[in-house]
Design a protein around this ligand. Structure first.
Ligand code: ATP
Length: 300
């Protein structure tokens, strides 16, 4: 019983925390997913964003010393670019995101945004600048409309409706018994993985942070959901510097750059076309996924 009570109690705490303090969605992500391991340095400065250039500079990282996770990772995301990171499960993709949010510090190397080492800026200013669409979105026991509004609690109704439209949630909402007033979450309607991700996208659109991180869900989506999500990512990626952690390569063929991670090391980087022409690790991953797609559409 206690095992059941504890998580529910914790979720209740998180819910009150968010509602009470009108905290951002990243706060929720932080509370649920990771216990912060780092604190602000003395005299931490505020992150000053100009264009949103991100740079990983020779970053190595381990959770436990005997097991290195990232090894000398260097790549940059130019302002307004969409960069995707791909690689097998366990390659270290989500760890890159955790480092960018400064849930951990690199063991060696650094990460900078617009020339400022994120180690020296306040975590609050860092997380304000970055919006995330996490793998698994937490929905509160509230209407779908209010769930979207969590992205920016002070947003007007018109702005929330616009975000819903841009995240391709409208058709889905129109099919619900009470439309956008339908209660979702723990005690309400359960949403599929793809629908939940679109709620997260709508929240991110509402927040409009200069930098967007999209951590694609690992679960498979039907192709309609996938297409909607793809279109919604394109909406967000416009005018934003975006980092996409991708499991389905079909969602990132239009990325400006694709970084291929293998056991924590970058083994290739380039555009989809370049990497296919190189016929290396990415081309292999692409072939495997194409075959899986073909098998999935074969008539039974
Ligand atoms: P996936 O595609 O399955 O999401 P990934 O490429 O995102 O995988 P990471 O989640 O970054 O991989 O994990 C990289 C490695 O680090 C894995 O071997 C994982 O077990 C390990 N790892 C992740 N989080 C922790 C942690 N908090 N403590 C210890 N090891 C961890």
């Amino acid at each position: 019983m206690i095992q059941l009570f504890m998580p529910l109690n914790f979720l209740g705490f998180v819910y009150r925390e968010i509602k009470g303090s009108m905290a951002s969605i990243e706060k929720m992500f932080e509370l649920l997913a990771v216990t912060p391991k780092v604190s602000d340095v003395e005299n931490a400065t505020e992150l000053v964003l100009s264009k949103g250039r991100i740079s990983f500079n020779d970053v190595s990282f381990y959770y436990a010393k005997e097991r290195p996770i990232l090894k000398n990772v260097s790549f940059s995301i130019e302002p307004g670019q969409k960069v995707a990171v791909v690689g097998a499960s366990g390659a270290g993709k989500s760890t890159l995101v955790k480092l960018l949010f400064r849930f951990y510090d690199p063991s060696t190397g650094s990460i900078s945004i617009d020339g400022q080492d994120i180690h020296s800026v306040s975590q609050l200013s860092l997380r304000k600048a970055i919006g995330i669409v996490p793998q698994d979105t937490v929905l509160f026991n509230d209407s779908i409309f209010e769930n979207v509004r969590y992205g920016r609690p002070e947003a007007s109704d018109a702005e929330v409706s616009e975000a819903i439209r841009m995240a391709y949630l409208e058709n889905f909402i129109n099919e619900l018994p009470q439309g956008a007033d339908t209660i979702v979450g723990e005690r309400g309607l359960k949403l599929s993985g793809g629908e939940k991700q679109r709620v997260a996208i709508a929240r991110a659109i509402l927040k409009r942070p200069p930098i967007m991180v999209f951590d694609e869900a690992t679960s498979s989506l039907d192709s309609r959901s996938e297409q909607s999500i793809l279109a919604a990512i394109r909406e967000i990626a416009t005018d934003h510097t975006s980092l996409v952690i991708a499991h389905r390569l079909s969602t990132i063929v239009d990325a400006d750059k694709i970084v291929v991670l293998d056991h924590g090391k970058i083994v290739e980087q380039g555009s989809h076309q370049q990497l296919l022409a190189d016929n290396g690790r990415y081309a292999q991953l692409w072939q495997v996924q194409q075959q899986q797609r073909e098998i999935a559409v074969l008539p039974t």
